[in-house]
Design a protein around this ligand. Structure first.
Ligand code: ZN
Length: 231
């Protein structure tokens, strides 16, 4: 999506094409390396993620690259969905961690994502089921919308999650080329469908049975993700 298309639905004064709207802070090198690894996989060699000294995230054209039309449909959706947050008005703050006990993929209230959890999902974006670039997109879009350019979440994180999780699923679906059809109340299970096929993604955590919500302190992490064909 070009800035001009974006402007068709948004006041022109809010357009920021410089990519200074997503600011990340990394808990450690593992978190940083995993974030860069997953983002660059999504950008398929046409672009590279760049993180400034202040943590500002931009997608920069590679030497001889920079052609959105050469991206696969997964890469194109990854580029476009995330660029909307990178170029939105205001600021989105995001803490990027690796193996943090109170973050289950993403923790909206803590404004934190866990790259160790995200790495458990499918590496290949054309695979049916949850994918690494789909999860990274989901969490960035969810934070971006919940923070609304303010750089923080105002009010109850659970209400913010209820409001913005569906938007994040749409972005995730666009990246994955498969559709999440899971119940929002069935924790640890995500179902995906494509072309008449359905797969159940079972998210295994350290202490099954005690995990309740996405935003509370849980002392749990995703330790594996398995896909089981349903039909
Ligand atoms: Zn969500």
């Amino acid at each position: 999506m070009s800035p001009y298309q974006y402007g068709a639905n948004n006041p022109i004064k809010y357009i920021d094409v410089n990519g200074d709207s997503l600011q990340v802070s990394f808990a450690n090198d593992q978190a940083r390396n995993a974030f860069i690894q997953v983002a660059n996989r999504g950008l398929e060699g046409q672009f590279e993620v760049n993180i400034s000294g202040e943590g500002i995230v931009t997608f920069q054209a590679t030497e001889g690259g920079g052609d959105v039309s050469k991206l696969s449909k997964h890469g194109q959706a990854f580029y476009e969905e995330n660029n909307k947050i990178l170029n939105a008005g205001g600021i989105t703050n995001l803490n990027v961690d690796y193996g943090r006990s109170d973050v289950h993929t993403g923790n909206l209230g803590a404004m934190t994502i866990d790259m160790a959890d995200i790495l458990q999902f499918n590496e290949n974006p054309s695979q049916l089921g949850g994918t690494q670039i789909g999860k990274l997109t989901h969490e960035i879009v969810e934070q971006g919308h919940a923070q609304g350019g303010r750089g923080s979440i105002i009010g109850d994180p659970y209400r913010a999650w209820q409001e913005h999780h569906p938007t994040a699923i749409i972005a995730e679906n666009n990246v994955n080329d498969s559709r999440r059809i899971d119940s929002r109340t069935l924790y640890g299970v995500q179902d995906f469908a494509r072309g008449g096929r359905t797969v159940r993604t079972l998210i295994n955590t350290k202490k099954p049975g005690t995990w309740r919500t996405l935003w509370m302190s849980t002392n749990r992490n995703i330790i594996s993700v398995t896909n089981r064909a349903l039909n």
